[in-house]
Design a protein around this ligand. Structure first.
Ligand code: MN
Length: 347
């Protein structure tokens, strides 16, 4: 499958337009180079340069290891990214170097790498973001030094209407995973009462995400409003949960239900995304009934491929049924949650 060949590897500067961290745009020159390799992915061939470059200094894992990881979880990462605008968290020199939060597709993409044009009111302009339709595009993004994939909660066909409601359980600094578990169980109880199926995954950090497929019928503001109404209900039932907006006002022992992750242009690492952590933790789909036993630190780019081979993608059925937000929006009205502001329109 992998053929080592000699290739020249001229440094090709990437386009950092809309990069959130321009420090990453400074190339590090004159690195010793190992020969590039070519990876066959479906019908495509992806050239991977500097495959032996160490991306994770603590474990010694290389860019090649990262490629192998994403190949191993291929159907899972593609399901999580399919047709979604995707922001890339790139580490051109591995974790030891700067991190680049990149919206616009890096330059030099082959013609089979697809994109979606987005409007960014903040910048008053558009950008073409990566839009994954097949695994080769994921591997190409890794070639472009992407470690983390942060897709939108909407898809190319209806960019302004999310089809994913994201329940983001964020532990404050003094909260442990046991507290995350308690809040997650209450969240599930409320979802059950709404007859909504939520798909849990570790965040790859200390938290947990629960994803819900929704009809792409509402704008970001309404989805966020529904998410807040849900979060308030969980907060009422569980003393460990908070929806307090200002971080400084939050109890550091609590779990913040970050409803704002449903706002336009807010993204979080998707299922099967490796995180830029020293141990290469992975945002990993989990069974509800393993939640009480698992330690999210056990899910890494070294361990998740075997789990994926054993269990398959625990989010495989997420696209089968889409749910509605009507009841949550009724709760939002009942609770006096202020109406969503209209999204800024394209000038
Ligand atoms: Mn989070």
């Amino acid at each position: 499958m992998q053929v080592r060949i000699e290739c020249s590897d001229p440094y090709s500067p990437t386009d950092e337009f809309l990069s959130m961290d321009s420090r990453g745009s400074v190339p590090v020159m004159a690195k010793p180079q190992t020969p590039a390799i070519e990876i066959e992915v479906g019908d495509r061939v992806v050239k991977v340069t500097n495959p032996d470059r160490v991306y994770f200094p603590e474990t010694g894992w290389t860019k090649h290891d990262l490629v192998d990881y994403y190949l191993a979880v291929g159907p899972g990462i593609v399901r999580a990214l399919r047709e979604r605008p995707c922001m890339l968290h790139r580490f051109p020199d591995g974790l030891a170097g700067p991190k680049v939060h990149q919206k616009r597709l890096p330059a030099g993409a082959p013609d089979w790498v697809q994109t979606v044009e987005l409007w960014f009111p903040r910048y008053g302009r558009t950008a073409d973001e990566l839009c994954v339709t097949e695994l080769a595009q994921v591997i190409w993004a890794v070639q472009m030094s992407t470690v983390e994939f942060h897709p939108w909660n909407s898809r190319r066909g209806h960019v302004e209407q999310p089809d994913e409601w994201r329940i983001d359980l964020d532990p404050m600094p003094d909260a442990d995973f046991a507290t995350v578990r308690r809040v997650a169980h209450v969240a599930r109880e409320v979802l059950d009462e709404l007859t909504i199926t939520g798909y849990p995954k570790t965040s790859g950090g200390k938290g947990l995400h629960i994803y819900v497929r929704i009809e792409p019928e509402w704008g970001f503001g309404e989805v966020r409003r529904a998410a807040l109404a849900f979060a308030r209900e969980v907060e009422r039932r569980c003393g460990d949960a908070t929806t307090v907006w200002w971080r400084k006002d939050r109890d550091p022992k609590k779990i913040f239900i970050d409803f704002n992750q449903n706002a336009r242009d807010h993204t979080i690492a998707c299922a099967y995304s490796v995180r830029g952590t020293p141990t290469g933790t992975v945002s990993t789909p989990v069974f509800w009934d393993e939640l009480d036993d698992l330690d999210p630190r056990d899910f890494t780019m070294a361990s998740v491929p075997a789990r994926f081979a054993d269990l398959g993608d625990l989010h495989a059925s997420i696209d089968d049924v889409s749910f509605r937000l009507d009841q949550l929006l009724d709760w939002a009205d009942r609770d006096g949650i202020e109406p969503a502001k209209p999204e800024p329109t394209r000038g």
